[in-house]
Every structure is written in C-alpha cells, then in structure tokens.
Design a protein around this ligand. Sequence first.
Ligand code: FES
Ligand SMILES: [Fe+2]
Length: 342
Amino acid sequence: MFVRNCWYVAGWDYDLPPGKVIARKIIGEPLALYRRQDGGVVAIEDRCCHRHAPLHLGEIEGDCIRCMYHGMKFDPSGRCVEVPGQDRVPPRAAVRSYPTVERDNWIWVWMGDAARADPELIPFSIGPGDPDWDMRPNSLLFNADYRLVIDNLLDFSHLTYVHRKTFGGDIFAYTKPEITRLERGMRIERWVRNVPALNFTQHIMQGRYDMHLDYSVLMPCVFVMRFKVFTAGTAVEGPSDGELLLDTWTCQSVVPVNAEQCVYYFSWGAPKAAGQETSNLLAKGIYQAFLEDKEMIEGQYANIKANPDARMIGIAHDAAVNQMRILMEHAIAAEKTGIAAE
Ligand code: FES
Ligand SMILES: [Fe+2]
C-alpha cells in the first residue's frame, strides 16, 4: 500500500537539532536520524545489526553513531566501523542508510532504491525559512490509513460539513472544481465567487469575496495550494476582477507511519509584508481545521477497519479521489513488478 521510490517528509528541520538523534517510522520502516558535523542529515535503519537494539538510543560520535547497547559504531553510510572488544569488524556488519535532502525546511528521505533517489523529484513547496513568506509549520498524528487523508485533500466538498465551524461555505459541496490529471498526481482549481469569508476570518472580513483555490496533490503525499481572496468582483468566469486582499500558500505532506497511522506536516502563511497577524490567524485556523479532519478521518478509519469488506457507494465528488487512488495503485504495482514508477 506504499509507493517506495519517492521522497517522504521525515520532519521539519527544527525537529532535528545538531547532536540529537530522533526516531521516525515511515512506511513501516524504523529510521534513526541525526546530523553529521557539516549539518547534513543521516537517516539509517533504527535497528542495530547486532541484536536489533534501536539506534535512536545511540550516541553521535563525529559523523558516526554508536549503538548504546553493546557499543558497535556505524558511519553515515550505515557501515559498522568498530566493534568494541574485537579487532575484526564482520564484513556484513551494516545497517541500511537512506538518501536524504533538506529542502524548504523539510527533511526528505528516499525510501526506495537509493540509486534512483533524484532530488529533482522533490515537489515544489515554500518553507518557514522563506525570505518572503511567513509560513507557520505544524504537525499532527492521525490514527488512520494515510490514503484517507489524501482522499480528504482531493475532495473539498467536506469543507462545507467537516469544517463548517472553521472554513464553512455551502459553495464547496454544491459546486465542482476543475480537475486535471498530472504525471504524478492531480491539480484542482476553482473560483468561488461572491461568498462570505471563511468562518475563522469573519471577525475581520465581513463583506463578500471571490476566492481562488489552486492546488496539486503529488504522489505519494504532498499537497501544495495557493489560496487567494479578492473583493467580490463582477466576473462570472475566469479570474476575479476584484481587488486582491489576501494571498497565501499552504504546503502539506501526509506521511504514512505504517498502514494504520500517518503524520500530517503542514504550514500556511501569507507574505511577510501582510504582517504577522495574518499568518497567526491562518496558523490557528488550519490547526483547528485539521483537528476536525482528524476526528472525522479517525472515525472513518475505525469503521473501515472494523468492517473492511463493507461496500462504499460512489458519488460525483469522488472523481479526483478515485483518479489519485488509481494512479497510486499503478505506481505500487509497477514497483512490485520492477517497472519504473515515474
Ligand atoms: S545491539 Fe547494538 S551493539 Fe549490540
Ligand atoms: Fe479537511
């Protein structure tokens, strides 16, 4: 149920300060992460090759890490370079090492064939370190199959119901976006015209507005959206002719821990020039909204788990969800048969 040959987010860069070893589990595989002396991120199997003790309990020594059970030492490539009490290091003594890239304040780890780890495949995003955008990062653990969270992102009709207190707006359930299939995902775009502001902003925005939502969801699990708000204009199709009031980016990644859990990394922000208050409001709004998603999706997952063979009835709003599921199933099947997933 996982695509392997792709970059997964293992955390925000601030999750991994120098000198600290952290544990992560991605697609069911345990990882230990730490920084080399030059700051580069090392991701290795979190299971010592001696007696399988967790290496995240180890200690960093220069660029290496020492297992703190019986003291075997591993270099960043995962090769054992020292076994205390003996001169000879067994030739096969090694743990798996994973390619990493730090970009846009995310730590990316390649979980598949290391020879195919191409940083060009890392999706575009804007991180909290961006000089122009005041992006506010956060994360949440969902006790659910990660695919249900991706489904949720591909169908905004749920904004009307799940997010009635935070985002709201009947318009989302009663209109359809434009859906375009991409090579590695879906692009979804819609104009929403002459509507009240999102609920969580209505204390400062009381008029009527046009909004533009333009996002892509890329395999396995990256969502990037530009969301803009204009004064309500007169255009009935194409771009709004109202005045641009708010321009934002939100960058999100849903990372499967295993079949039953995922970590949701997300940020939302406005240009720094808009002032801190704007991004403060967005950060609060998105966190509240994702708690709403968490409750609904965890409940949905519990039902599915309790009765996995029960039939689901399709509706028109499932269009992008279904296409993305097919895309991912093809990629997973292609990896199993050894054909390139891209
Ligand atoms: S388990 Fe790591 S050195 Fe023994
Ligand atoms: Fe949602």
